[in-house]
Ligand binder design. Structure first.
Ligand code: ASP
Length: 577
């Protein structure tokens, strides 16, 4: 075999007149009749190889086509001046082939490997070919660097990387668990971890003090564009710390990653209260790359003059101002009114022209020009209804419009902490409260004492890291006494008996000297996506699943044999209806 002695990024002018051997895939072939040019590609680069006629190598080169794997021995030479290619790192040189060996042939691939185009389904089916694409290769290389820098950084702070099991017990972290049937103990099941939460807390109890893991997590949730059923976290936990310590450590890690992998200085990471984020941005993951904050009109003296947009009992009226633009049409704005209606909200909009307003509530607002402050040719959108619904609706509209009128600066990173989330949230489907983060989070004890009847008012020592409107990760100070943990379980409807059965081991562990501890987990797939500016997590995961949780290459999930089911003692209901 012609075995390489150079990888393609190593070829440059310093090797002119030297004989080299390279290996790689045929990226493209140009047969000019008398001469054949072949671009050879490997993970590191591309180089042009030239085959002159009437040589043995030329005869073999005639058979080459895309994706053949070859070895080439040849002499490096400078390209003629007019044939230099500034788009290629090796564009000043080429290789004059002396020998060529076909190491593997290739059928015509069903997708382009050197262009970012084509149906995503076919690309996912032939993922190993798609992964030859330069864009995906550089994304995965970026991801690798980020993980390496993470390890280096955390190691320098004495964090220990410790693996935790994949086969565990179902935990109440909010999402549904994937479960795995046990063959040896028929009728029983493992669960795949939603995160290593319980294990990392047990590691604190065991005295490991600073733990981290590049951990795979599994959640059987309805999928969305920014979710995958399995995903990776930089998971960490620390003992003898408070919220500030964890935020400082994680903030510095993220700063270090931006600097060392992307060369970007993100500055200090500011904090915002959850309540403030909801009030101003209608979101617990506000995108601060643009303004368009909400203004609350509820207690303004003119609120009562807003006709159908006046706040009724217990309601709120809020407003956003859209900067001057030519993109947002009457039709777009009317569509928002319609969609507000279907959410039981009332919405009106108007555009200011220096002296008066036009639009769905133009007439009304023209009588209030000294109250509703807005610049020339700017558009106001007012929305009234239930407090939370108004905020989240306008929050969504804010982001949609900002995207539409293209006011979001690219290549800018706005990183912030959101603090003090509510401890509990109402689950409408199950008609009960559940932990907003997870039930191992430390509630504000003063809230627990002063507002025991209204769970929605109890704050938690929990915090999210947000970058450009994406939730990058979550963490919290943890409960570390059995008594409080049992109390929280009870509040979310886990009976004493059930708690004992499911988490007896965990509750017991608190009785043997559990240190105060706190932690965090950063979503690696999301962080990489935001840093390199892609919107789909699939672009940063080697073998991702589709939005419906399918692996199109392996065709999973798929059926298993009758024998396998029998061994497990599982009988399927007829699911073909
Ligand atoms: N286990 C949590 C999660 O996956 C993170 C944490 O609280 O550390 O969201």
């Amino acid at each position: 075999m012609l075995k390489r002695n150079y990888r393609l990024h190593e070829l440059n002018e310093s090797l002119i007149d030297k004989t080299v051997i390279i290996n790689g895939w045929v990226d493209r072939v140009r047969n000019l009749g008398g001469i054949i040019f072949v671009w050879v590609r490997d993970r590191y680069g591309i180089v042009q190889v030239l085959f002159e006629p009437e040589t043995p190598a030329y005869e073999i080169a005639k058979k080459l086509s895309g994706e053949y794997v070859i070895g080439v021995e040849g002499v490096v030479r400078e390209r003629p001046k007019d044939a230099k290619n500034i788009d290629l790192a090796s564009g000043n040189i080429e290789i004059l082939a002396k020998k060529v060996e076909i190491l593997a042939e290739s059928k015509t691939p069903p997708i382009y490997t050197n262009r970012d185009e084509g149906s995503e389904d076919v690309r996912l089916k032939y993922r190993y070919l798609d992964l030859r694409r330069r864009t995906l290769q550089s994304n995965l290389i970026f991801r690798h660097k980020l993980v390496q820098k993470t390890r280096e950084y955390l190691d320098s702070l004495d964090f220990l990387e410790i693996e935790t099991p994949y086969l565990m017990k179902s935990t109440p972290e909010g999402a549904r668990n994937f479960i795995v049937p046990s063959r040896i103990k028929r009728g029983t099941f493992y669960a795949l971890p939603q995160s290593p939460q319980i294990f990392k807390q047990l590691l604190m109890i065991a005295g490991f003090d600073r733990y981290y893991q590049i951990a795979r997590c599994f959640r059987d949730e309805d999928l969305r564009a920014d979710r995958q059923p399995e995903f990776t976290q930089i998971d960490l936990e620390m003992s003898f710390v408070d919220q500030e310590d964890v935020q400082k450590t994680v903030g510095n890690l993220v700063k270090h990653l931006f600097k060392s992998v992307l060369g970007k200085d993100i500055g200090d990471v500011p904090s915002m209260q959850y309540q403030t984020a909801m009030e101003l941005y209608g979101s617990d993951k506000p995108d601060l790359r643009f303004e368009m904050k909400m203004e609350n009109l509820t207690s303004k003296p003119f609120a009562s003059k807003l006709d159908f947009l006046s706040p009724r009992d217990g309601e709120e009226t809020k407003m956003i101002v859209v900067p001057k633009n030519d993109v947002l049409s009457r039709k777009d704005l009317d569509a928002y009114s319609e969609s507000a209606k279907s959410s039981n909200l009332r919405l009106g909009w108007a555009k200011f022209h220096g002296t008066n307003f036009t639009g769905s509530v133009g007439k009304l607002l023209s009588t209030l020009t000294s109250d509703v402050k807005v610049g020339d040719d700017e558009t106001v959108i007012l929305c009234a209804g239930k407090k939370h619904e108004v905020s989240t609706f306008l929050g969504r509209v804010r982001v949609e419009i900002a995207n539409k009128i293209e006011i979001i600066p690219q290549n800018t990173f706005k990183v912030l902490w959101i603090n003090d989330f509510p401890m509990f949230e109402w689950n409408e489907e199950d008609k009960r409260f559940q932990a907003q983060h997870h039930p191992f989070t430390m509630p504000y004890l003063e809230d627990l004492e002063s507002k025991p009847d209204d769970l929605s008012k109890i704050r938690a020592h929990s915090y999210d890291l947000v970058i450009n409107g994406w939730e990058m990760g979550s963490g919290s100070v943890r409960i570390h006494t059995r008594e409080l943990q049992e109390r929280v379980f009870k509040l979310i409807g886990i009976t004493e008996e059930e708690a004992k059965k499911r988490f007896g081991f965990f509750l017991e562990a608190f009785e043997y000297g559990a240190p105060p501890h706190a932690g965090f987990a950063i979503g690696v797939d999301r962080l990489v996506s935001v840093m390199i500016g892609v919107t789909s997590l699939r672009d940063v995961i080697a073998f991702p699943k589709t939005a419906s949780g399918t692996d199109l290459m392996m065709d999973t999930p798929s059926e298993v044999s009758e024998d396998q089911l029998k061994e497990l003692g599982i009988k399927l209901e007829d699911h073909r209806s």
